[in-house]
Design a protein around this ligand. Sequence first.
Ligand SMILES: [Mn+2]
Length: 356
Amino acid sequence: MNNRLKKLNDIMKEKGISSLLVTKPENRRYLTGFTGTSGYLLITPQKNIFLTDFRYVEQANEEIYEGIEVVKHEFPMTKTLNEILGDLNVSTLYFEKNYITYETYEEYQQKLSNTTLQPSVDLVSEIRKIKDEDEIDTLKEAIKISDEAFLHIVNFIEEGVTERELSLEMEHFMKEKGAEKVSFDIIVASGERSALPHGVASEKKIKNGDFVKMDLGACYKGYCSDITRTVVLGEATEEQRKIYEMVLQAQMNAIRSIKAGMTGKEADETARCIIHKEGYGDKFGHGLGHGVGLEVHESPRLSPNHEETLKPGMTVTVEPGVYLPGWGGVRIEDIIVVKENGCEVLTQATKDLLEI
Ligand SMILES: [Mn+2]
């Protein structure tokens, strides 16, 4: 049995869960290695079965980790699943309650005639919070692609180019460098629009004096990177410098301070205290960061509302921002790995205020 399945089995035992249906795509991929888009992992005391349809059987046989049996399901899938559950005498089946829709739940209830359904919290995401070395290496590759895309776009930005053109150029560049897809719709928010924390690229043209805030990520072998940089077209004003420097100081203080044993709230505070002290506390309206891995936003969270303790091997973003409506905003975001006595920054792109 692979190490990941073993960890899951241990947690299931602890919780008194004997059989579980894993349906969330990232969890499925994590446990089985399957990269396709349709499949169900059934974990039972006797055996682990991967159900998929005829389109994916061959791929599953190539990709699925040892110790998991591949079975082709008929349609609806619940027909095959019901037979298997009967053969294996599974009387209670847990499902991932954060992923199954109410409609699917109703279908399962109707079709899995001899099985009682029970909701389970997302156990696999719990395990996924702590990355192994292979995962960190893959994430580094994803980060390298978006770092290079940022360097590339710095040479591409000029007066009159639209935000959408910048976004397209970065997307094209990242795919050329091996990204399967972008981690999320690229954010390019310039001038006054840079005050929008999540301003997806628009038709606005970049003009001299604009802050250009760019938030992008590459998905590589399933792992998502996430980087934000803010640059200025032309020479920065004194106020632009001041806000940029404050956000950078907050970000750097967080990187100097974050280590295992801290809570998400304490980590958040290491950046927030600096912005608050300068009088901009109410302009930093989101959390400091989030876990990143197979999903671009996953657990744990670094925010005033999260008390979860950070552990070595967790990969999280550190991304303070200050947004002044009608004027503009700055965010600076890196990915770090939490270590026993500190953290390691994986993002390499420069954080100096670039005047292009
Ligand atoms: Mn982020």
